[in-house]
Design a protein around this ligand. Structure first.
Ligand code: SF4
Length: 295
């Protein structure tokens, strides 16, 4: 999906307004003394089922969806810049802009939030200066929102880069994507960029992060499919195998959820709430109380 800068900004504004804002937000926006610079870089806070009020920081380039995956269910459409590691020739947000945008947004809108969450229009750990971006976000949080925690939503594909691994140790809640139990399904469902490490290497690194960090969460999106060559990842057989991979990683939490917005591929369908709860219960029976269904 290619978007103009104008549409990109509109998309973030639209996303921001699809959920209820806290009571103080509209008033704060009306009384903000001047337009905020760097639109699209900071958004929300949005009400998240998992994080409460979450203020988003978007580290992705504005011109085209940039990710190391091209998930069949992605809400942003097909990946245009499909890369396995950071590239320089893309309009990444400048590092100074990230800190300044976050600071101004919090100060001018008098934002309150439970989490400051690094995410984006793609994969945030692909930012060429990701480690510095994390430092800046943590610094602004410490100064202006000390009661808030930091979180990141990441597909975990960059964990073999030590700068990314180490940066994630400074984030209060790293949320790592794990939708499948095998390399074969990973290739079909998450559609990784060529020359990424193998699925096995990534899961070993996820386990290392979970061990070092202590608060890592896995996020598993389960869906139904109406085509045979891209199967559902919610069959009993797949979930049985997935439990074994989760056991290896040993996270603190497992978040089970399904699609809520239009998906990249039309044959992907949401699962009913009852099936999400069944899957979470099954994981909990095998591994203890780690999983919860988010509907
Ligand atoms: S990792 Fe996230 S942004 Fe990237 S394709 Fe998958 S769902 Fe979309």
């Amino acid at each position: 999906m290619h978007v103009s800068r104008q549409n990109y900004e509109r998309m973030h504004v639209a996303r921001q307004h699809t959920v209820t804002q806290p009571h103080w937000f509209e008033r704060a926006k009306r009384t903000a003394p001047a337009p905020l610079p760097f639109p699209g870089l900071v958004y929300g806070p949005v009400r998240s089922r998992r994080l409460g009020w979450s203020l988003g920081v978007n580290l992705s380039p504005w011109d085209a969806k940039t990710c190391s995956y091209d998930c069949v269910y992605c809400q942003f459409g097909r990946t245009k810049r499909h890369i396995s590691k950071p590239v320089k020739d893309a309009p990444w947000p400048r590092i100074q802009e990230v800190g300044r945008a976050l600071r101004l947004y919090i100060e001018r809108l008098q934002v309150e939030a439970d989490y400051v969450t690094i995410s984006g229009y793609g994969e945030p750990t692909l930012h060429p200066r990701f480690e510095e971006a994390v430092q800046l976000v943590c610094q602004v949080r410490d100064e202006l929102l000390p009661q808030a925690s930091t979180a990141i939503l990441t597909n975990a594909s960059q964990l073999l880069r030590s700068s990314v691994f180490n940066a994630l140790l400074h984030i209060d809640l790293p949320v790592l994507k794990l939708d499948v139990p095998s390399e074969e399904l990973w290739r079909v469902i998450n559609r990784p960029a060529a020359s990424l490490p193998s699925f096995g290497e990534l899961t070993v690194r996820m386990a290392a992060l979970a061990r070092r960090h202590g608060e890592v969460a896995l996020q598993t999106l389960v869906f139904e499919s109406t085509v045979a060559d891209i199967p559902t990842n919610a069959s009993n057989a797949v979930i049985e195998q997935l439990v074994e991979v989760i056991r290896l990683i040993d996270p603190k939490h497992v978040q089970i959820y399904t699609v809520e917005r239009p998906t990249s591929e039309p044959f992907i369908q949401p699962l009913p709430k009852a099936r999400l709860e069944e899957i979470a219960n099954f994981i909990n029976q095998r591994l203890g109380q780690v999983a919860a269904a988010y509907t």
